[in-house]
Design a protein around this ligand. Structure first.
Ligand code: FAD
Length: 152
């Protein structure tokens, strides 16, 4: 089994797309992630998986807190930007929700305190206890086989 086959197999699992945000002092940082899942209802826990080399990994370790914004179908550009695929530096207007920076117009914004972190191979799994959330209607941005897809 080589790396390419593993990536191809994992890419067959269709997901939505999120932008993870955190802040250290007044410095805000965002990163695109599709490794996001719900873990527990009581207490309310979610999980994200962050590559060891990502700036976000160091920053969440430092802040102990993160937010998740579930992108809508019109936010593909936002996903590409926060994945580092658009090289120009942009001025992003974040919303503030529960004292955390979040992406405006996302289907969901939720804020978390880190409940547990687990180093797993070349990623760290952050389990977050949800401290607040808000939801709005709209269609999701989908991701399948390494490409953005309309879900409906
Ligand atoms: P950086 O490369 O440091 O930042 C990303 C970009 O956002 C840069 O252009 C930076 O300038 C900009 N930026 C960040 N904060 C701000 C700000 N406040 N104002 C303006 N610009 C800002 N990686 C994972 O580890 N886990 C995943 O689950 C995952 N899922 C992915 C899903 C998709 C669909 C894609 C396309 C990529 C995914 N990645 C994932 C890869 C990950 O998004 C990139 O590797 C990312 O660049 C690494 O994060 P970083 O913290 O080092 O970000």
């Amino acid at each position: 089994m080589d790396d390419r086959l593993f990536r191809t197999a994992m890419g067959k699992f269709a997901t939505g797309v999120t932008v993870i945000t955190t802040k250290v002092g007044e410095a805000v940082h965002g990163m695109t992630a599709n490794a996001f899942m719900s873990v527990s209802l009581n207490p309310k826990l979610v999980l994200i998986s962050i590559g060891e080399k990502a700036n976000m990994n160091r920053l969440i370790k430092e802040s102990g807190t993160f937010a998740v914004s579930v992108l809508n179908e019109r936010q593909q550009d936002m996903s590409a930007y926060f994945a580092g695929q658009i090289k120009e530096e942009r001025k992003i207007l974040f919303d503030t929700f529960n004292d955390m920076p979040v992406i405006p117009d996302a289907l969901v914004n939720l804020t978390c305190d880190v409940h547990q972190s687990i180093i797993a191979g070349d990623h760290t799994l952050y389990i977050g206890e949800v401290t607040d959330l808000r939801v709005q209607d709209g269609e999701p941005l989908g991701f399948f086989e390494g490409k953005y897809k309309k879900v409906i």
